[in-house]
Design a protein around this ligand. Structure first.
Ligand code: F6R
Length: 242
């Protein structure tokens, strides 16, 4: 495990963008595992800038996302499908047919099956992760056991509280999601986790110092990997005592 601390979240995001560019230059048809949420917005902006500067092309790349809310159609502005198009896909040359996204309005069992089959047939080369304040990765919430593959999740209270910041008054935040499982994340060739700000310090501190793998702190499973890069800003690192 490699832990890198940058002066600002912006500099950390620029570093993460270079990791994506490096991955695509080494293997143009890489399968990239994508995340959503506030943390990775600036990374996606920097990838778009690199594309506009003709430093990278996604013409042969493929993507798959970690998760999706259940109950939101892909054209709902709060869905993760919409997020990916508006924040990244609409601005780069990634072919639409190379994008794997879940349909939050689809039949859950069918979506889980489609997701599982895709992941078993398509190994992820580089998986991007954020982290919840409760240590979730993807939407693998703290639990007594890990789910191996794609599964339906009842979002944790803490996640609902935290993510409700993205929903406007009058919009209801879904309480369920479909998420990749821990096996899916662990089988990725490389993992790049981004975490910024004091709110994530506790989860990162516990993960870095943990001597066991605890499904109640899902991110702790990353300790079993060699190829994982944790990218932090100084604010988080200081708060975590790193
Ligand atoms: C999103 C995802 C989540 C987020 C995490 C952090 O696809 O899988 O694990 O990465 O909840 O979210 P932010 O960045 O909004 O704090």
């Amino acid at each position: 495990m490699e832990i890198l601390v940058f002066e600002t979240a912006g500099k950390a995001s620029a570093f993460a963008a270079e990791k994506f560019i490096e991955q695509i230059s080494q293997k143009p048809n890489s399968l990239l595992g994508m995340a959503t949420g506030g943390t990775v917005v600036s990374l996606y902006q920097k990838i778009i800038e690199a594309y506009q500067q003709k430093r990278v092309s996604f013409a042969s790349a493929r993507t798959v996302n970690l998760d999706e809310y259940v109950g939101l159609s892909p054209d709902n502005a709060q869905s993760y499908a919409y997020y990916m198009y508006s924040k990244l896909f609409d601005h780069i040359d990634l072919p639409k047919e190379n994008i794997f996204l879940l349909d939050g309005l689809g039949v859950v069992d069918s979506e889980l099956k489609r997701f599982n089959e895709f992941l078993l047939q398509n190994p992820i080369d580089l998986q991007l992760l954020g982290i919840g304040t409760n240590g979730h990765i993807g939407f693998n919430e703290p639990s007594s056991q890990f789910q191996l593959g794609p599964h339906l999740v009842d979002l944790a209270e803490e996640t609902i509280k935290s993510n409700s910041r993205f929903f406007k008054p009058g919009e209801t935040m879904p309480t369920q999601a479909i998420s990749m499982g821990i096996r899916d994340i662990m089988l990725a060739g490389k993992v790049l986790l981004l975490a910024f700000g004091k709110a994530k310090a506790d989860a990162i501190c516990k993960m870095v110092n943990s001597t066991t793998v605890d499904p109640m702190l899902p991110v702790s499973v990353l300790n079993l990997r060699r190829n994982v890069t944790i990218v932090l800003d100084k604010e988080l690192a200081q708060a975590a005592g790193l």
